[in-house]
Design a protein around this ligand. Structure first.
Ligand code: HEM
Length: 120
């Protein structure tokens, strides 16, 4: 049940990121709406809370949790590249966006494979 909520929040959070990037290209004024400024933070906070709940429920800190560390380190990068995407323009913006999407993909693969070095 918590895992389903976590995955739903993962999808909503990613959809909200992509939507904000698209809106900032085609209708930036919309992003000034108060609820559109608050909603992503609410989603991301719930995502992190659901992740922490899964760590506790699965007793991951008493198991092999190297994948979790990899996931959290790259989550920081994902957040950083996400902020850079929203605050930059032109080539820099699209490079940051590509890096953010790559980080997201890494996090998903690591979550499923439980192997932070799956690419080796
Ligand atoms: C962008 C952020 C995140 C993404 C894309 C993501 C993605 C996923 C996915 C796809 C799964 C399901 C894996 C499966 O099917 O077995 C999962 C599970 C899980 N995630 Fe996340 N997650 C994110 C954030 C977090 C955070 C912040 C935490 C911890 C603080 C966390 C901890 C966990 C745990 C413990 C599981 C369950 C592992 C299990 O018991 O099988 N996740 N995550």
């Amino acid at each position: 049940m918590i895992k389903s909520v976590h995955i739903l929040l993962v999808l909503l959070s990613f959809f909200s990121f992509i939507s904000r990037v698209m809106l900032s290209e085609i209708k930036p004024a919309v992003l000034q709406k108060k609820w559109l400024k608050i909603a992503p933070h609410v989603l991301d906070t719930l995502l992190i809370i659901s992740g922490i709940a899964l760590v506790i429920k699965g007793q991951w800190l008493f198991a092999q949790y190297d994948w979790l560390i990899g996931k959290l380190v790259v989550l920081m990068l994902y957040i950083g590249f996400g902020i850079l995407t929203m605050h930059s323009l032109g080539k820099k913006r699209w490079l940051a966006f590509t890096a953010a999407v790559a980080c997201f993909a890494y996090i998903v693969v690591v979550a499923i494979s439980k192997n932070p070095l799956f690419f080796i």
